[in-house]
Write a protein that binds this ligand. Sequence first.
Ligand code: 5GP
Length: 213
Amino acid sequence: MSADGVLVVVSGPSGVGKTTLCKNIVTRVPGTTFSVSYTTRRPRPGEREGVEYCFVDDAQFQDLVQEEAFVEWAEVYGHKYGTPKRALLEALHKGVDVLLEIDAQGAKQIMERFAGAVYVFVAPPSLDVLRNRLCRRDSDPPEDIERRLHEASDEIANFKAYHYFIRNEELLQATKELESIILAERVKINRLDPESLVENGLVEPVTMKKMTT
Ligand code: 5GP
Protein backbone atom coordinates (compact mmCIF):
# COMPACT_ATOMS: atom_id res chain seq x y z
CA MET A 1 0.00 0.00 0.00
CA SER A 2 1.05 3.59 -0.47
CA ALA A 3 2.94 4.88 2.59
CA ASP A 4 1.05 8.17 2.75
CA GLY A 5 -2.03 8.54 4.92
CA VAL A 6 -5.38 9.78 3.63
CA LEU A 7 -6.15 13.47 4.09
CA VAL A 8 -9.83 13.70 5.05
CA VAL A 9 -11.29 17.20 4.91
CA VAL A 10 -14.46 17.48 6.98
CA SER A 11 -16.33 20.69 6.32
CA GLY A 12 -19.80 22.06 6.88
CA PRO A 13 -21.59 24.76 8.85
CA SER A 14 -20.52 25.71 12.34
CA GLY A 15 -22.46 23.80 15.01
CA VAL A 16 -23.24 20.84 12.76
CA GLY A 17 -21.22 18.45 14.94
CA LYS A 18 -18.00 18.13 12.91
CA THR A 19 -15.75 18.23 15.98
CA THR A 20 -17.66 15.47 17.80
CA LEU A 21 -17.71 13.37 14.63
CA CYS A 22 -13.96 13.72 14.13
CA LYS A 23 -13.25 12.94 17.81
CA ASN A 24 -15.40 9.80 17.50
CA ILE A 25 -13.41 8.69 14.47
CA VAL A 26 -10.05 9.15 16.19
CA THR A 27 -11.21 6.95 19.10
CA ARG A 28 -12.84 4.29 16.88
CA VAL A 29 -10.47 4.03 13.91
CA PRO A 30 -6.81 3.17 14.59
CA GLY A 31 -4.36 5.03 12.36
CA THR A 32 -6.28 8.31 12.33
CA THR A 33 -5.47 11.64 13.92
CA PHE A 34 -7.00 15.07 14.18
CA SER A 35 -5.18 18.23 13.07
CA VAL A 36 -5.16 20.88 15.83
CA SER A 37 -5.68 24.33 14.30
CA TYR A 38 -4.43 27.71 15.47
CA THR A 39 -7.08 30.31 16.21
CA THR A 40 -7.35 33.91 17.42
CA ARG A 41 -10.73 33.07 19.01
CA ARG A 42 -10.88 32.98 22.82
CA PRO A 43 -11.14 29.51 24.39
CA ARG A 44 -14.68 28.38 25.27
CA PRO A 45 -15.25 26.88 28.73
CA GLY A 46 -13.60 23.48 28.85
CA GLU A 47 -11.37 24.02 25.80
CA ARG A 48 -7.71 23.25 26.43
CA GLU A 49 -4.61 24.80 24.85
CA GLY A 50 -3.13 22.43 22.26
CA VAL A 51 -6.08 20.00 22.43
CA GLU A 52 -9.08 21.69 20.76
CA TYR A 53 -6.98 24.56 19.38
CA CYS A 54 -3.70 26.38 19.83
CA PHE A 55 -4.91 29.81 20.99
CA VAL A 56 -2.86 32.77 19.76
CA ASP A 57 -3.32 36.54 19.41
CA ASP A 58 -3.54 38.40 16.10
CA ALA A 59 0.17 39.29 16.02
CA GLN A 60 1.25 35.68 16.64
CA PHE A 61 -1.16 34.46 13.96
CA GLN A 62 0.20 37.02 11.49
CA ASP A 63 3.78 35.86 12.21
CA LEU A 64 2.76 32.27 11.45
CA VAL A 65 1.17 33.41 8.16
CA GLN A 66 4.42 35.22 7.24
CA GLU A 67 6.45 32.09 8.06
CA GLU A 68 4.15 30.07 5.76
CA ALA A 69 3.38 27.79 8.69
CA PHE A 70 -0.19 27.08 7.47
CA VAL A 71 -1.43 24.88 4.61
CA GLU A 72 -4.56 27.03 4.65
CA TRP A 73 -6.01 29.75 6.81
CA ALA A 74 -9.19 31.77 6.80
CA GLU A 75 -11.14 34.37 8.72
CA VAL A 76 -14.29 32.73 10.02
CA TYR A 77 -16.96 34.81 11.80
CA GLY A 78 -14.44 37.51 12.74
CA HIS A 79 -11.67 35.20 13.99
CA LYS A 80 -8.68 33.67 12.20
CA TYR A 81 -8.14 29.93 11.95
CA GLY A 82 -5.22 28.08 10.34
CA THR A 83 -4.08 24.49 9.77
CA PRO A 84 -0.41 23.98 10.72
CA LYS A 85 1.59 22.59 7.82
CA ARG A 86 4.41 20.68 9.49
CA ALA A 87 2.36 18.44 11.79
CA LEU A 88 -0.02 17.65 8.93
CA LEU A 89 2.69 16.61 6.46
CA GLU A 90 4.59 14.62 9.10
CA ALA A 91 1.50 12.59 10.02
CA LEU A 92 0.60 11.92 6.37
CA HIS A 93 4.15 10.81 5.58
CA LYS A 94 4.01 8.40 8.52
CA GLY A 95 0.96 6.80 6.91
CA VAL A 96 -1.52 8.24 9.43
CA ASP A 97 -4.89 9.41 8.10
CA VAL A 98 -5.47 13.04 9.10
CA LEU A 99 -8.88 14.61 9.70
CA LEU A 100 -9.05 18.34 8.96
CA GLU A 101 -12.12 19.96 10.47
CA ILE A 102 -12.25 23.29 8.66
CA ASP A 103 -14.67 25.79 7.16
CA ALA A 104 -15.65 25.98 3.48
CA GLN A 105 -13.03 28.64 2.62
CA GLY A 106 -10.31 26.42 4.06
CA ALA A 107 -11.66 23.35 2.21
CA LYS A 108 -11.50 25.33 -1.05
CA GLN A 109 -7.82 26.18 -0.46
CA ILE A 110 -7.00 22.53 0.30
CA MET A 111 -8.82 21.45 -2.90
CA GLU A 112 -6.39 23.64 -4.88
CA ARG A 113 -3.33 22.05 -3.20
CA PHE A 114 -4.05 18.41 -2.32
CA ALA A 115 -5.36 16.44 -5.29
CA GLY A 116 -5.57 13.14 -3.39
CA ALA A 117 -7.60 14.40 -0.43
CA VAL A 118 -11.14 13.27 0.35
CA TYR A 119 -13.78 15.96 0.88
CA VAL A 120 -16.72 15.29 3.17
CA PHE A 121 -19.53 17.78 3.74
CA VAL A 122 -21.48 17.47 6.99
CA ALA A 123 -24.96 19.03 6.93
CA PRO A 124 -27.61 19.44 9.63
CA PRO A 125 -31.01 17.72 9.10
CA SER A 126 -32.52 21.26 8.80
CA LEU A 127 -31.63 24.89 9.53
CA ASP A 128 -34.04 24.85 12.50
CA VAL A 129 -32.13 21.97 14.04
CA LEU A 130 -28.87 23.85 13.43
CA ARG A 131 -30.27 26.97 15.14
CA ASN A 132 -31.28 24.89 18.18
CA ARG A 133 -27.83 23.28 18.36
CA LEU A 134 -26.07 26.65 18.16
CA CYS A 135 -28.37 28.14 20.85
CA ARG A 136 -27.92 25.11 23.11
CA ARG A 137 -24.14 25.46 22.86
CA ASP A 138 -24.73 28.77 24.67
CA SER A 139 -21.19 30.01 24.11
CA ASP A 140 -21.59 32.48 21.27
CA PRO A 141 -23.39 35.86 21.25
CA PRO A 142 -26.83 35.87 19.45
CA GLU A 143 -25.51 38.01 16.56
CA ASP A 144 -22.81 35.36 15.92
CA ILE A 145 -25.48 32.64 15.81
CA GLU A 146 -27.52 34.57 13.21
CA ARG A 147 -24.39 35.11 11.10
CA ARG A 148 -23.48 31.42 11.26
CA LEU A 149 -27.02 30.39 10.20
CA HIS A 150 -27.03 32.80 7.29
CA GLU A 151 -23.74 31.42 5.97
CA ALA A 152 -24.78 27.79 6.52
CA SER A 153 -27.35 27.92 3.74
CA ASP A 154 -24.79 29.24 1.20
CA GLU A 155 -22.27 26.57 2.24
CA ILE A 156 -24.82 23.76 1.82
CA ALA A 157 -25.68 25.00 -1.68
CA ASN A 158 -22.05 24.31 -2.66
CA PHE A 159 -22.38 20.56 -1.89
CA LYS A 160 -21.13 19.54 -5.36
CA ALA A 161 -17.55 20.54 -4.55
CA TYR A 162 -17.34 17.55 -2.12
CA HIS A 163 -17.03 13.78 -2.60
CA TYR A 164 -19.41 12.78 0.22
CA PHE A 165 -22.43 14.33 1.95
CA ILE A 166 -23.32 13.24 5.49
CA ARG A 167 -26.58 14.40 7.08
CA ASN A 168 -25.84 14.51 10.81
CA GLU A 169 -29.26 13.65 12.21
CA GLU A 170 -28.10 10.87 14.48
CA LEU A 171 -24.49 10.99 15.69
CA LEU A 172 -23.79 7.25 15.72
CA GLN A 173 -25.10 6.81 12.17
CA ALA A 174 -23.08 9.82 10.95
CA THR A 175 -19.96 8.44 12.69
CA LYS A 176 -20.44 5.07 10.96
CA GLU A 177 -20.80 6.82 7.61
CA LEU A 178 -17.57 8.79 8.08
CA GLU A 179 -15.78 5.67 9.31
CA SER A 180 -16.94 3.75 6.21
CA ILE A 181 -15.67 6.52 3.95
CA ILE A 182 -12.19 6.39 5.54
CA LEU A 183 -11.99 2.60 5.44
CA ALA A 184 -13.07 2.53 1.78
CA GLU A 185 -10.61 5.28 0.83
CA ARG A 186 -7.73 3.29 2.37
CA VAL A 187 -8.28 0.40 -0.05
CA LYS A 188 -8.82 2.44 -3.22
CA ILE A 189 -6.87 1.12 -6.17
CA ASN A 190 -5.19 4.45 -6.81
CA ARG A 191 -3.62 4.32 -3.33
CA LEU A 192 -2.10 0.91 -3.99
CA ASP A 193 1.65 0.79 -4.62
CA PRO A 194 2.12 -1.91 -7.35
CA GLU A 195 5.66 -2.53 -6.07
CA SER A 196 4.22 -3.79 -2.77
CA LEU A 197 2.50 -6.63 -4.67
CA VAL A 198 5.86 -7.76 -6.02
CA GLU A 199 7.58 -7.29 -2.64
CA ASN A 200 4.93 -9.44 -0.93
CA GLY A 201 5.26 -12.14 -3.59
CA LEU A 202 1.66 -11.67 -4.76
CA VAL A 203 2.71 -10.90 -8.35
CA GLU A 204 5.82 -12.07 -10.24
CA PRO A 205 8.13 -9.17 -11.19
CA VAL A 206 7.95 -10.18 -14.85
CA THR A 207 4.13 -10.26 -14.80
CA MET A 208 4.01 -6.85 -13.15
CA LYS A 209 6.32 -5.45 -15.83
CA LYS A 210 4.03 -6.80 -18.58
CA MET A 211 0.92 -5.33 -16.90
CA THR A 212 2.37 -1.88 -16.40
CA THR A 213 4.13 -1.38 -19.74
P1 5GP B 1 -15.42 27.25 16.19
O1 5GP B 1 -15.05 28.64 16.56
O2 5GP B 1 -16.90 27.01 16.31
O3 5GP B 1 -14.57 26.22 16.86
O4 5GP B 1 -15.08 27.10 14.63
C1 5GP B 1 -15.65 27.98 13.71
C2 5GP B 1 -15.42 27.45 12.32
O5 5GP B 1 -14.02 27.48 12.02
C3 5GP B 1 -15.86 25.99 12.14
O6 5GP B 1 -16.61 25.90 10.94
C4 5GP B 1 -14.57 25.23 12.02
O7 5GP B 1 -14.69 24.11 11.17
C5 5GP B 1 -13.67 26.27 11.38
N1 5GP B 1 -12.25 25.97 11.58
C6 5GP B 1 -11.64 25.40 12.63
N2 5GP B 1 -10.32 25.28 12.41
C7 5GP B 1 -10.08 25.77 11.18
C8 5GP B 1 -8.90 25.92 10.37
O8 5GP B 1 -7.77 25.57 10.73
N3 5GP B 1 -9.08 26.47 9.15
C9 5GP B 1 -10.29 26.89 8.69
N4 5GP B 1 -10.34 27.40 7.45
N5 5GP B 1 -11.42 26.76 9.42
C10 5GP B 1 -11.31 26.23 10.65
